[in-house]
Ligand binder design. Structure first.
Ligand code: ZN
Length: 278
């Protein structure tokens, strides 16, 4: 049986890229944080189901909730980096990016007391225009990135990227794209987030089985703490597409997630993709 990678992008409801133009970063400090309670629920769920996962965590969140970081590590999960404050790589220059990913790695390692080798870009924002990012990640000591979705999409995507893990910087950095599946000649994102909430669960399950059994590959699944939180404050004035993507089926996610956790075998990214960590 193939072991798949379970991942969580640890950020709060007001930090998602789709709300960038609606919620100014200056307001973050004054908004009610729900990330700590939501991650606690996820930790309890993983504990109950015996699943170990990778938590790609924002430096911003870690700085405010150091105890939460220690609990993630204490419960046997992999602590990894989601950058400092969810600025997409497409909006950064190599120097500011280096500063961002180094600072986040150092804080997480300090709080967690463990080495941090994994990175996921905000909104999967590594692509054709900024491949220098991989070199920077390797230089500051990351060993894998999971920052690419090989699809065509309005907000992210690198349609020509391989669907499965590939060396991004020879022998130093592996890129592990989230799970996609070709439908009618185009890759569709089945890796999680809004797509997991949109598609019927049976479809996700069928795709994951095919990837495991026919292609012989692990799947990479991701979700966010706010996706299991139907009680989060509603952001006013957002367009219909963003509203749909963010709020669809929030009340059903946890139940669906439980089925997914039970139907497949899961582990941390590092144990699946970095051989020495096995
Ligand atoms: Zn994110």
């Amino acid at each position: 049986m193939i072991t798949n990678a379970m991942t969580v992008d640890v950020e709060d409801w007001f930090q998602v890229s789709a709300f960038e133009t609606h919620i100014d970063r200056d307001r973050w400090e004054s908004l009610p944080c729900r990330v700590e309670a939501n991650v606690e629920r996820i930790l309890a769920l993983f504990d109950e189901t015996g699943v170990r996962a990778t938590f790609f965590t924002l430096g911003w969140v870690a700085e405010r909730f150091p105890e939460l970081i220690r609990r993630i590590v204490a419960q046997g999960h992999e602590l990894a980096s989601h950058g400092w404050s969810h600025v997409r790589v497409t909006q950064q220059q190599p120097e500011s990016f280096r500063e961002d990913v180094s600072r986040t790695k150092a804080l997480l390692e300090d709080l967690g007391g463990t080495e941090v080798v994994g990175y996921r870009a905000a909104s999967y924002s590594i692509g054709k225009g900024n491949l220098w990012a991989w070199e920077v990640l390797a230089e500051v000591g990351y060993r894998y990135s999971s920052s690419v979705v090989p699809v065509r999409h309005d907000l992210y995507g690198m349609p020509d990227a391989p669907r499965f893990a590939f060396p991004a910087v020879e022998e130093r950095l592996l890129e592990v794209p989230v799970t996609t599946f070709p439908v009618g000649g185009r890759n569709v994102n089945f890796g999680g987030g809004g797509w997991f909430r949109l598609f019927p669960y049976a479809l996700t399950r069928a795709v994951f089985r095919r990837v495991n059994r026919k292609e012989g590959r692990p799947c990479i699944f991701y979700f966010h703490p706010w996706e299991i939180d139907p009680g989060q404050p509603r952001v006013e004035g957002v367009g219909p597409r963003t509203r749909f993507r963010h709020y669809l089926n929030l009340g059903r996610t946890e139940k669906r997630l439980r089925r997914l956790l039970g139907d497949f075998q899961w582990d941390r990214m590092d144990r699946i993709f970095l051989q020495e960590a096995a």
